[in-house]
Design a protein around this ligand. Structure first.
Ligand code: PRP
Length: 175
């Protein structure tokens, strides 16, 4: 099977959108310190670009969970691969993630992080696929709302490949 990747959202559009999101976040957190929780692996490309443009003081930490195998369909299972290094108690926490899909991963994560008593907890996702939602999760900051296509790039993978593409692409499979 041959795999083709077609551009869905260009590098320029992604960068522009991330700058706008950073501006909004900086305004909303004015006078505060922001603690970003990046969800590996996919969230790291978006997080790096986003925090470069945030103007309030920012610290960050990483968490790694997995809900998918190497295929294109959610398994519905969530596995904790790496927990945070630092406590989030009393902090203004912003979860940064590449995509909100069925909502299972972020619902589970937000429930977990709420038990750790952050001062506030918000969610920022580059992409949102509302058509696929199984569990209701509200994103506070969303870059692009997209249809139900299998997307790669900017952290998103197909069998661990294509994460490094600087744009959002759609995977097309041909026999
Ligand atoms: C992806 C994505 C989210 C989750 C979203 O991660 O980064 O964490 O799936 O899907 P959901 O809304 O259906 O739960 P994945 O588990 O593929 O791990 P990765 O970031 O390491 O690729």
């Amino acid at each position: 099977m041959e795999v083709n990747v077609k551009v869905l959202i260009s590098e320029e559009e992604v960068k522009q959108k991330i700058c706008e999101m950073a501006k909004q976040i900086s305004a909303d957190y004015a006078g505060k310190e922001l603690h970003v929780v990046c969800i590996l692996k996919g969230g790291v490309f978006f997080m790096c670009e986003l925090v470069k443009h945030i103007t309030v003081p920012v610290t960050h930490d990483f968490m790694s969970v997995s809900s998918y195998g190497d295929g294109t369909v959610s398994s519905g299972r969530i596995k904790m691969l790496k927990d945070l290094d630092e406590s989030i108690e009393g902090k203004d926490v912003l979860i940064v993630e590449d995509i909100l899909d069925t909502g299972r991963t972020l619902h589970h994560l937000m429930e977990l992080l709420r038990t750790r008593k952050p001062k506030s907890l918000r969610l920022c996702t580059l992409l949102d696929k509302p058509d696929r939602r199984v569990v209701e999760v509200a994103s506070d900051y969303t870059g692009f709302t997209i249809p139900d296509l299998f997307v790669v790039g900017y952290g998103l993978d197909y069998a661990q490949n294509y994460r490094n593409l600087p744009y959002i692409g759609v995977v097309e499979m041909e026999d």
